[in-house]
Design a binder for this molecule. Structure first.
Ligand SMILES: [Mg+2]
Length: 178
């Protein structure tokens, strides 16, 4: 099979949690930080912020995210896949985000709840369920406070985009997964 990489957005290319917590803290006089979010499911209060129209439009890319995508595209075809949680305004906001922040990749940007429908060998995601259900050879989990307890072997965890690129490059060049 030809290699193809599926790359997640939230928690991988984009830090949505910091903005979500900034809004929450500002509105509630609290001081929550990202490491306070230790489970995948968000509280109803945080979900309400996530659902707000326009929330996703101005989320900045993670440092080096664009360099990562360019370097990755030199190695194999790349599809960027992100969920809109079945909420139409999130789907619209995410498409607008893609056309603003990564226009070079907008035609490879896909809104879907399903990360295993692609003919792909590589996945990079911060959601353990997607990583554990992936059909391809190299499912990588991006370390985040909400996936610390995930049952994913350390060899399939990465803590930076550079680390992910290293493991993907090694797999493509040598076939070695660990
Ligand atoms: Mg994610």
């Amino acid at each position: 099979m030809m290699n193809r990489a599926i790359i997640d957005v939230d928690g991988v290319l984009v830090d949505m949690h910091t903005k979500m917590l900034d809004i929450y803290n500002h509105e509630n006089g609290t001081s929550m930080v990202k490491t306070d979010i230790i489970q995948w499911d968000l509280s109803p209060e945080l979900m309400a912020i996530f659902r707000r129209k326009g929330f996703f439009i101005n989320l900045p890319l993670m440092p080096n995210a664009k360099d990562f995508l360019y370097a990755l595209r030199e190695l194999c075809p790349v599809t960027i896949a992100t969920s809109a949680s079945n909420i139409p305004n999130i789907a619209r906001d995410k498409l607008e985000w893609a056309h603003t922040y990564i226009p070079e990749f907008a035609s490879d940007f896909c809104i879907t709840e399903r990360k295993n429908i692609f003919d792909a060998t590589i996945l990079l995601d911060d959601y353990e369920r997607h990583v554990l259900n992936f059909n391809g050879s190299l499912p990588l989990l991006m370390d985040q406070p909400w996936n610390v307890t995930a049952k994913v072997l350390p060899d399939f965890r990465v803590d930076t985009l550079a680390d992910a690129l290293y493991k993907i490059n090694r797999y493509i060049k040598t076939g070695l997964r660990v």
